[in-house]
Design a protein around this ligand. Structure first.
Ligand code: ACO
Length: 355
C-alpha cells in the first residue's frame, strides 16, 4: 500500500467512525485515542505563603486574594525535572500494568529540562528502561501538556505508535527569582504522566485547538541562556536567567483565550458547554479560572481547582489536575473533560476528552 492509499484508508476509517469529515479534519484525530492511565508526583517540601512573607515583601492575604494560592511544592536540592517525571511515569505505567519496554514514544513537556540537551525525555527513557521508545522534549510553556497530548495521540491515530507516554513536568523553583515578589509567589514544582493508547469509538480525545500568537512573546520569557543571550557573568548578575512576566497582560489574554479556545474545541467535537462534566483549566490563578468559568457559564462544582495547594506548575498543571479528578471520582467513564490552557508564546490549547 503506498502512502496515499494509507492516508485514504485512515481518512476512510475516520469517516466511517464519524469522527472525521473531509472538510473538518482539523482539530480531530483520524482514529480514537485516549488517556489509558495517569500518575502524578508532587515533591514533599511545602512552601507556604507564610514562609514567603519571611522572604519578600508580601502577605498571605495578598497572595490568597490575588491568586488563590496558599502553598506550593518545591523540589529537593537533589531532585531535577527528570526525577519528578520518573516517579509520575512509574505510577502511570503500574496503574495500567503496561511495561516500559512496550512504549513507542516518550514526550516530556517542560520549560525546565534537566539541561539543554540531551532531552529530559531521553533521560526518562533510560531510567525507565523503555528500550524501544523514541523520546523528545516539547517546550510550549504552560500549554505544553495539551500540545504533547495532541502530538502523541495523532501519532497513535495515524498508526505510527501503539503507546505513548506524555509527561508534563516542571521545576519552576529553579527559574524563579526568589527576590521578585511579583512572580515568586505564583509557581510550584510537580509532574504528571499520561499513558496514551488506542481506545473504543466515541471515547478519548474527541477534538482539540492549538494556537500561538508571537505578538505576545515578550510578555512571558527568560531572556538569557539561549543563543540570543548566552550565559555570562553579567547575565547571571542581572538575573536574566529568571522568568519574567507582564502579569496583567497575561491575565487579560488568559481570560479571553480560555473562553474562545474552549468553545472552539467543543464545537469541533459537536458538543456544547452543557455536555461538559468537568472543566480542567490550567491552574495559574483562581481569578483567571473563575473569570473563564463565568464567561463559559459553568458552575463551580464543574471546575477542578488545586492551585491553592500547588500554585502554577506550568506544563504539569493540567495532568496533575486530571489525575486528582480521576482519583477522587470526579471524572468517570463516559464523562466529558474540557482541558484548556494558555502560556508562553503566547500560546493556547484546548482538548475535549470523553473519559
Ligand atoms: N505581594 C504584595 N504585593 C504585590 C505582590 C506580592 N506578591 N506582587 C505584586 N504586588 C503589588 C504590585 O507591586 C502592585 O503594587 P502597586 O499598585 O503599588 O504598583 C500591586 O500589587 C498590584 O499588582 P498587579 O500586578 O496589578 O496585580 P494583579 O492583580 O494583576 O495580580 C498577578 C498579579 C497575580 C501576577 C496576576 O496578574 C496574574 O495572575 N497574571 C497571570 C499570570 C499567569 O497566569 N501566568 C501564567 C503563565 S506562566 C508560564 O507560562 C510559565
Amino acid at each position: 500500500m503506498n502512502e496515499e492509499e494509507k492516508m485514504d484508508r485512515i481518512l476512510q476509517k475516520g469517516l466511517l467512525q464519524g469522527s472525521v469529515t473531509k472538510e473538518s479534519r482539523r482539530g480531530m484525530l483520524a482514529a480514537p485515542v485516549g488517556i489509558h492511565s495517569l500518575g502524578a508526583y508532587l515533591p514533599s517540601r511545602v512552601l507556604t505563603n507564610f514562609d514567603l512573607e519571611k522572604m519578600v515583601d508580601t502577605s498571605d492575604e495578598w497572595i490568597r486574594t490575588r491568586t488563590g494560592i496558599s502553598s506550593r511544592r518545591i523540589a529537593a536540592a537533589e531532585e531535577a525535572t527528570s526525577d519528578l517525571c520518573i516517579k509520575a511515569a512509574r505510577q502511570a505505567l503500574e496503574r495500567a500494568s503496561w511495561p516500559a519496554e512496550k512504549l513507542d514514544l516518550i514526550i516530556v513537556a517542560t520549560v525546565t529540562p534537566d539541561m539543554c540537551f540531551p532531552s529530559t525525555a531521553s533521560l526518562v527513557q533510560g531510567t525507565l528502561g523503555a528500550e524501544r521508545a523514541s523520546a523528545f522534549d516539547l517546550m510550549v510553556g504552560c500549554t505544553g501538556f495539551i500540545y504533547g497530548l495532541v502530538m502523541g495521540a495523532s501519532g497513535i491515530a495515524a498508526g505510527a505508535f501503539e503507546s505513548v507516554l506524555v509527561i508534563g513536568a516542571e521545576c519552576l523553583s529553579r527559574i524563579t527569582n526568589w527576590e521578585d515578589r511579583s512572580t515568586c509567589v505564583l509557581f510550584g514544582d510537580g509532574a504528571a504522566a499520561t499513558l496514551l493508547r488506542p481506545t473504543e469509538e466515541g471515547r478519548g480525545l474527541l477534538s482539540f485547538v492549538l494556537g500561538n500568537d508571537a505578538g505576545g512573546a515578550d510578555k512571558l520569557k527568560i531572556n538569557a541562556g539561549g543563543s540570543r543571550m548566552p550565559a555570562t557573568e553579567e547575565t547571571v548578575r542581572a538575573g536574566e536567567h529568571f522568568l519574567k512576566m507582564e502579569g496583567n497582560e497575561v491575565f487579560k489574554f488568559a481570560v479571553r483565550i480560555m473562553e474562545e479556545a474552549s468553545l472552539q474545541a467543543l464545537e469541533r467535537a459537536g458538543l456544547d458547554i452543557s455536555d461538559v462534566t468537568l472543566l480542567v483549566p490550567h491552574q495559574a490563578n483562581v481569578r483567571i479560572m473563575d473569570a473563564a468559568a463565568k464567561r463559559l457559564n459553568l458552575p463551580p462544582e464543574r471546575i477542578i481547582s488545586n492551585v491553592d495547594r500547588y500554585g502554577n506548575t506550568s506544563a504539569a498543571s493540567i495532568p496533575i489536575a486530571l489525575d486528582e479528578a480521576v482519583q477522587s471520582g470526579r471524572l468517570k467513564k463516559g464523562d466529558i473533560a474540557l482541558c484548556v490552557s494558555f502560556g508562553a508564546g503566547l500560546s493556547w490549547a484546548a482538548a475535549v476528552l470523553r473519559w
